[in-house]
Ligand binder design. Sequence first.
Ligand code: PLP
Length: 398
Amino acid sequence: MSENEDWLAKAGAQTRLCHSGYDPDSFHGFVNPPIVRASTVLFPNARSMEAPTQKYTYGTRGTPTTNALCAAIDDFEGSAGTILLPSGLAAVTVALLAYVSPGDHVLMVDSVYEPTRHFCNTMLKRMKVEVEYFDPAMGEAVESLFRPNTRLVHLEAPGSNTFEMVDVPLVAEIAHRHGAMVTMDNTWATALYFKALDFGVDVSIHAVTKYPSGHADVLMGTVSANAAHWRQLKEANGALGLCGSPEDSYMILRGLRSMGVRMAHHDRSARAVAAWLETRPDAARVLHPALESFPGHAIWKRDFKGAGGLFSFVLKGGEPDADKALGSAFVDALRLFGLGWSWGGYESLAVLVNTQDRTVCQAPGGGPVIRLQIGLEDVEDIIADLERGFAAVKALRG
Ligand SMILES: Cc1ncc(COP(=O)(O)O)c(C=O)c1O
C-alpha cells in the first residue's frame, strides 16, 4: 500500500470520493488521470505474450483511465472488482447473464425497472430461465417462493417509479440460506447513501449515467461484485468482449469527485418539494421513502443514509378515463421541468408514469402518477413551476 492509499483507507466517504482510484504521483503530478485510448498494448518479447506479467495487455481488458474508475468504484462500494458497461441497462443484463443458466429460477422484485423486466421476459425466457416476480413488501413471506433451483434474487430499492422499499438484509439472509445469490440495482441511492454489499448484496449494479455522471451527457453502467462473485463476473465480461470507453470513464470519474455535494443538494431539495406536495389537496399521495407517511419509510430510515432526488406523486383524479388528460395537462404546463427519460442530471425532469407493467403489486390508485427528478435549480422556482401544473389541471377540471 502506497502512502497515498494508506491515509485514504482511513478517510471518510466524501474524502474517498474525491481522491480514490488514482494517485497523481503516478502521472507527473497531474491531479486527474490521462485519457488513454487503446486497442493494442505492446509486449517486450514472445514469452511475455504467452504468460503476461505486465498490468495492461489489450484495450478491452482495461486502460489506466478505465482502471482508475474501477478502482474508485471498488473503494466506494467495498467490492472486489468492477466491470464497466456502455449503459445502466447493459450493466443489469450482463450481471444477470453472468450468473444464470438454463433451468435456473430467478426471483425478481416486481417494482423493477421496466426494461429489466423486458429482458427477463424475452431473453432470459428464451434461455429457459424462469423469472418469478415478488411483492417488495412481502418481507419474510418471500421465503415460500424459494425452490431448489432458485439461483438468484434481483432487487431494486426503492422500486422504479413507485419507490416501494425492500428489506434488503432480510431478503439477502433468506436467499443465502437457500443457496441463492443477490444482485441489486442500487442506482437511486448510490453507495453513498446505501452501501449494498454491507447489507448482504453480492453484486451491486449502477446506472452511473445518473448521479455519478450528473450532467445528462454520458451513458455508462457498472457492476461491482464481492470476493465470492468477482471471478465469474470478470470471466463473463471477458467472454462477451464488453468494455467501457476511456472518455466516458474519465467523465464518470470526474463526476464522482463532486457527486457528494450534488446528491446532498438533490436530496434536500427533493425532500422540500415532497413535503410541499404533501400539503396540497390536489396531490393524493407523495411516493418518497424519506416521508414518514410512506409505507416503506421505516426500512429506508433504518438502512439508508440519504435519498436520491427522484420521487413520484399521485395527482388527485381516480377516473381512469380522465386521469391521462389530467396528467398530460400537468406535465405539459411545466416550463422549468423538462419532459424526458433518465434522471440524476443537474436539471429537473418530469414523466407521466405507466404503472401497468407490474404483475404482482397494485399500482398506487387515486389518479395519475407523475415522477419528478428534482434538479439543482432553486427550490422556489421548482415549486413555482409545479404550481403552473396544478393551475393547468384546475383549469381543465373547470
Ligand atoms: C433504476 C434504473 N436502473 C437502470 C437504468 C438504466 O440506465 P441507462 O439509462 O444508463 O441504461 C435506469 C434508467 O433510467 C434506471 O432508472
